[in-house]
Each structure stands twice: as C-alpha cells, then as structure tokens.
Design a protein around this ligand. Structure first.
Ligand SMILES: *Cc1c(COP(=O)(O)O)cnc(C)c1O
Length: 402
C-alpha cells in the first residue's frame, strides 16, 4: 500500500484496503491528466459561468461595516451559486471527471443532504445515474432534501447500519465503489478522505480564491488582509485560502464550530481540541475521547458537524500558515440574525460562524483593513431549525421565570 502520496506534512495519505487503494490510484491518475487538459477545463469553466453563475460577487457589507465601525467586511457570495452554496463547484468538477472517464453512474454520501442535492444536480445535468447514500437517522431530519434529490432523478438509499448517520453512509458508499468501480465514480463532498480526494476537492474549489484575488485587486487595489471561512471538512475554506497560502499579506482564519462551548466537549472543532489520528482512511486532527475512540461531534450547523477535518488544514495549522479559532452555536445565531436584518442576506448557519468571527475582530481593526468572509451558502435551508430552537429557548425561559 502506498501511503506516500497526498501527504501534507505528516497529514493526509491513504490508509485503505488494497482493493480500494487500486481504484483510488486510478482516479488520481485520471484527475492529474484531466486537470491539465484544455478541453476539460474549457468545459468546466463553461458550466461554472453559465450554469452556476460564476464569478460570484465580492460584496462590501456596508451596513454591518458601518455599525461595527472598523475593518471593511466583504462577503464572497457563494450563496448566490446555483443550488445555494459552494458545493456545486466541486460536484460539477468531479462529475465532469467521471464523464471524461466514461463512467455513467455516480454515487455520493450525504449528511444533511446538501452534498446529495449538489451531486444529484450535476448528475441530472450530465444525464448520469445517481445513487445517494444517506443515514436513515439523517434522512428523517431532512425529508425535503430527500425529496429534492428524488426530483433531480437520484435514487436515495437509506443506510441502516452503524449509527445510521454520515459515517455509515460513507462506509456503504466506499463499499459500492469497490464493487462497481468499472462503471461508477464516487463524488466525495469535502476536502477529506484518502488521496486524491483532498487535493481534487481543493482544485475544484480553488476558483473561489482565484476570483477573490482579482476582485480584491479591482475593488480595493490590494490583497485582502484577512480571509475568513468556516471549517467543517474544510472545502470552502481551502478553496478560499488556496491562492493566498504563504502570502504574508493575507491572514487566513478558519472558523470551527464551537457548539455549546469548547469546555463542554459538545463541539465539532478537532483543530481547536483534537489529537492526531486516523479517520476515514487519512491522518488528521480528530476529536477523540479518553479511550482514543472518535467522539460524537455537536454543532447547530449540520454541514460543520464532523469529528475530523481535511488534512491540509491540520498541516496549515501546525505550519502556522493559517490560524484556527472557534465560534459557538449562540454566536453563530447572533451573526445569522444580524446579517439577515441589516444586510438583507440570510446566510447559511455554517457561513454565519465565519461571519461571527469577522464581526468580533472588525471593531478592533482600522478602517482601511479589508476582511473577506467566504459566505459559503444561503440560509433558507436553516430557517426551520432556527425557528424551532428559538421556540425551545422561549419555552425554557418561561419555565425558568415561573
Ligand atoms: C457543506 C457546507 C459547509 C461545510 O463544508 P466544508 O467542506 O467545510 O466547506 C459549509 N457551508 C455550507 C453552506 C455548506 O453547505
């Protein structure tokens, strides 16, 4: 087994059974060829422009900026992409790679359903068969996303094994890939997993930072002073960071979900409080309990709720090329409301974590400081959950008052 490829310092690699390693090796080779192929890039860029609607604007949130009275807060509007988040950049890229490899069937795992919807969208576009694996427990919480995937022509298979969650769905999807690799491509949803996925997902999300470089130069005539992005698996963050890594002018800040609070242990912040270990076939910081078992993570944002993190982020943290902080559920909710009310933009609760940190530091920075927040997605999907959690806290408050 070859663990040397796809290493970011000591992180990443590929720790998988031989049968899977062979399939992944083939995907890695095809990806290397495709990414330097002019035809492939031309086709991808066509769909990014006319189907996704890129470039996404870099928007000065002037109301919030004025209220906070410090640094200028710019929003990279990934929420305006077709399907409402950054995920489509990656699913289109991987689906086109599958098409180039002559594969007519794509599969994916999904937790809350966002990646499933983005994959089903790409499959519909390219006329591919699509199977989405989703833990049955997750599917119960997200019936609308299940219906969306079905509308888009995907077959949603509910996973009843393990904890009936995202991890179980990944395991079943990998099993499907090993069985059916001759006609099937596995579209992975974040910059995680064994080689070559972290590098491949970064490549397809890199368009975010490429656009920020140009837009910041056009609008402010400089490199942004801060790039701030939320980190679940880390794909929107690594995409926003990519072209700034090693540039001393830009401070890169990844915001992990602090959940109820880091001290309570109820969070999903392995870079803030984790240990180096293996998860899903790669090495990274992972949330572990005292017995060395992977802990159950907690976050109000289902898209950030993962006990591991993309291996390149572990490397960037240890090499001090990026800084990682955390924001609690409560702080993210506050930012979610502020942006909705004062800017007329309802952000995804995931993205609200990045925004909350920007709002924390902006007042301490000079007015000519430029902060770019990667607004990874829109919040329409979150309003039900947030309304329910508000009702619950009102109920608890009434119990306390009586
Ligand atoms: C899935 C998702 C995330 C988290 O995934 P990353 O791979 O960490 O980017 C963040 N924001 C939104 C809107 C998402 O849908």
């Amino acid at each position: 087994m070859d663990n040397q490829k796809g290493l970011f310092g000591e992180f990443g690699g590929s720790f998988v059974p031989d049968a899977l390693a062979e399939v992944l090796e083939n995907i890695a080779e095809e990806f290397e060829k495709a990414k330097n192929d002019e035809e492939f890039n031309k086709e991808l860029n066509y769909y990014l422009k006319y189907y996704v609607g890129r470039p996404s604007p870099l928007y000065l949130a002037s109301n919030i900026t004025r209220k906070l009275g410090g640094a200028k807060i710019y929003l990279k509007r990934e929420d305006l992409n077709h399907t409402g988040a950054h995920k489509i950049n990656n699913t289109l890229g991987q689906a086109l790679l599958a098409k180039r490899m002559g594969l007519k069937r794509v599969i994916a795992e999904t937790g809350a359903g966002q990646h499933g919807v983005a994959t089903a969208t790409a499959a519909a576009l390219f006329g591919m068969d699509c199977v989405i694996y989703m833990g049955s427990k997750d599917a119960k919480k997200q019936p609308l996303n299940v219906y969306r995937m079905e509308l888009l022509g995907a077959k949603v298979i509910l996973v009843e094994s393990g904890e009936k969650d995202l991890k179980a769905a990944v395991d079943v999807a990998l099993g499907d890939l090993v069985q059916n690799y001759k006609n099937t491509f596995y579209i992975l949803g974040s910059a995680v997993g064994p080689y070559p996925y972290p590098s491949m997902v970064k490549h397809f999300q890199r368009v975010i930072s490429k656009e920020i470089v140009e837009q910041a130069m056009e609008i402010e005539g400089k490199t942004p002073d801060y790039i701030i992005a939320c980190v679940g698996g880390g794909s929107n963050a690594i995409g926003a960071f990519a072209d700034f890594i090693g540039n001393p002018d830009a401070k890169l800040i990844g915001v992990e979900p602090g959940g109820i609070g880091i001290k309570t242990g109820l969070h999903a912040a392995p870079l803030t409080e984790g240990k180096i270990s293996l998860i899903h076939g790669y090495k990274t910081y992972v949330m572990l309990d005292d017995a060395g078992e992977i802990k159950i993570s907690h976050s109000i944002a289902s898209g950030l709720n993962y006990p591991g993190v993309g291996p390149e982020h572990s490397y960037l943290k240890d090499a001090k090329l990026a800084e990682y902080v955390s924001i609690t559920d409560f702080e993210a909710l506050h930012a979610f409301k502020k942006l909705s009310k004062h800017e007329g933009i309802i952000p995804a609760i995931e993205s609200a974590h990045a925004l909350a940190y920007a709002m924390k530091i902006a007042p301490t920075l000079s007015k000519d400081t430029m902060i770019v927040v990667n607004l990874s997605g829109r919040g329409d999907k979150d309003t039900d959950t947030i309304l329910a959690s508000e009702k619950e806290s009102v109920r608890l408050q009434e119990i306390i008052n009586n």
